[in-house]
Design a protein around this ligand. Structure first.
Ligand code: SF4
Ligand code: SF4
Length: 457
């Protein structure tokens, strides 16, 4: 007999709440996605890691996030949360309480995903992960030869990580489970993008199901990193991607290159500036373009991120050192509903973009798709496998026909303002004036929060 679900009703409420919001109703009552930073300890020294490249990371003391401290502020939202991602500017699986985290979160029927460099994936570890109903494991891996990989992931062992991926597949077979999905996050180093087709073949051999190509971001003016940033030239990388997608489709792998393709480069004269957008030490010249970008990102309506110091922010892609409140003093639910968080959610719908989002927008990393369709599909499959019954079939059609993020934003703006066409005119309208006044009376704290925890991971 499969176990009985305790939180199906709450998860249904979360989807309903987003559907209502997308149709112009009130804001979602809970975050769908929780991002938890597990600590800053790692067993590698990767070439692109902020820990290696940024001085303030180098001076941090080793630290793990205390599970005991996290439980009280998260207790009321975890029944409603759909996914929890365990990340960190460090290796989450080194956390001494790693499996206690999985046990605790698994009780709330959330889709657990964790990032890893894959060095810990031995038989016992894989069995422990599969038996805890983890939804997906995201392995950081770039390069299709030992030399390529080990040059990037310094201290990492190409063969060991590949073997670990296979062991995970074998553990799934032993438990007769399709979960966890094996996902690979790879980084757009030029040499990696150049050999992406070989990489797809290699990953197919290990049983990888999804691959995402993330942008390499340089936190340093060190030319060694800067010169390795690949950009999406229409006459070169676009063609490689096309071939790679065909190979991935043949192998049954879902290949997501959308972030990398977000900024196509049409001419040779634009390559230098396109590359510099991804270099945080050189990208100020593109500031004006970023602030005029139309916002179509709904992450602050979806996400809640918490650092190892219990500092919080509405999106883990904010590069600024900022906290929107500390969970030692308030619960997640209190923060989610407080004026500072609500004010930020309103601000993200307008131009210019909030200052905390400028870097993300500039480097074209912003999330332009709310992905609720995919989340519904993932949650339904995982739920049905674990609890032996359908999750929420009545919502299928409404979720599949949900408009994209841009249309949802347009609709909300139109409903809020009397003259929607003023949105991008440059003239502040009543809505924007009210927001400016709100911002003056509710300044955001600038307390330390680490740069994007999963960045370049
Ligand atoms: S990128 Fe990830 S695996 Fe590599 S050193 Fe940094 S935290 Fe560790
Ligand atoms: S624009 Fe970027 S930083 Fe801002 S909320 Fe969206 S993803 Fe996060």
């Amino acid at each position: 007999m499969p176990p009985v679900s305790r939180f199906q009703k709450q998860k249904i409420n979360t989807f309903d709440s987003f559907l209502e919001f997308a149709n112009g109703g009130k804001e979602p009552g809970w975050p769908q996605e929780i991002i938890l930073e597990m600590g800053n300890v790692c067993n590698l020294k990767c070439e692109m890691c902020p820990k290696v490249l940024m001085p303030h990371f180098q001076h941090q003391q080793p630290q793990f996030t205390d599970l005991g401290l996290l439980k009280p502020p998260f207790a009321s939202v975890l029944p409603y949360a759909l996914t929890v991602q365990l990340v960190g500017c460090g290796e989450p699986t080194l956390h001494p309480q790693f499996f206690s985290y999985l046990d605790y979160l698994s009780d709330f029927e959330v889709l657990i995903d964790f990032y890893t460099n894959g060095m810990q994936l031995d038989r016992q570890f894989c069995d422990s992960v599969v038996s805890r109903r983890v939804f997906s494991v995201t392995v950081s891996f770039s390069g299709s030869t030992p030399a390529q990989y080990e040059n990037i992931y310094r201290g990492g062992k190409f063969d060991q990580v590949l073997k670990g991926m296979k062991l995970l597949g074998q553990a799934k077979q032993r438990y007769r489970s399709p979960f966890p999905l094996l996902i690979v996050n790879s980084i757009s180093f030029q040499r990696h993008v150049d050999t992406l087709c070989d990489f797809i073949d290699l990953m197919a051999d290990q049983g990888v199901q999804r691959i995402q190509l993330s942008n390499l971001v340089a936190f340093t003016d060190n030319p060694t990193i800067h010169d390795q940033i690949a950009v999406c030239r229409t006459w070169k990388e676009s063609k490689i991607l096309q071939k790679a997608k065909e190979r991935a489709a043949r192998a049954g792998i879902c290949l997501d290159t959308s972030r990398f393709e977000n900024a196509p480069v049409q001419s040779k004269t634009l390559v230098k500036s396109a590359r510099e957008q991804f270099n945080l030490t050189r990208s100020n010249q593109t500031h004006a373009r970023a602030t005029k970008a139309q916002m179509d990102c709904l992450e602050p309506y979806i996400q809640f991120a918490c650092s190892k110091d219990m500092e919080t922010k509405p999106c883990c892609f904010m590069y600024h050192e900022v906290s929107f409140g500390n969970l030692n003093f308030q619960s997640v639910q209190e923060l989610w509903q407080n004026p500072r968080w609500k004010g930020f959610r309103k601000r993200i719908l307008t131009t210019p973009v909030p200052s905390f989002c400028e870097t993300c927008v500039r480097i074209k990393n912003r999330i332009t798709n709310h992905h609720v369709h995919e989340k519904y599909k993932d949650y339904s499959e995982w739920f049905e496998f674990n609890f032996g019954k359908p999750f929420y079939p009545a919502a299928k059609e409404r979720i599949e026909t949900l408009p994209d993020s841009e249309k949802i934003v347009e609709k909300r703006i139109a409903l809020t303002m009397s003259t929607p066409s003023k949105r991008s005119s440059g003239e502040p309208n009543g809505f924007q004036k009210a927001l400016s006044s709100f911002q003056e009376t509710h300044p955001l704290e600038r307390t330390p929060f680490p740069a994007q925890p999963a960045l370049n991971n």
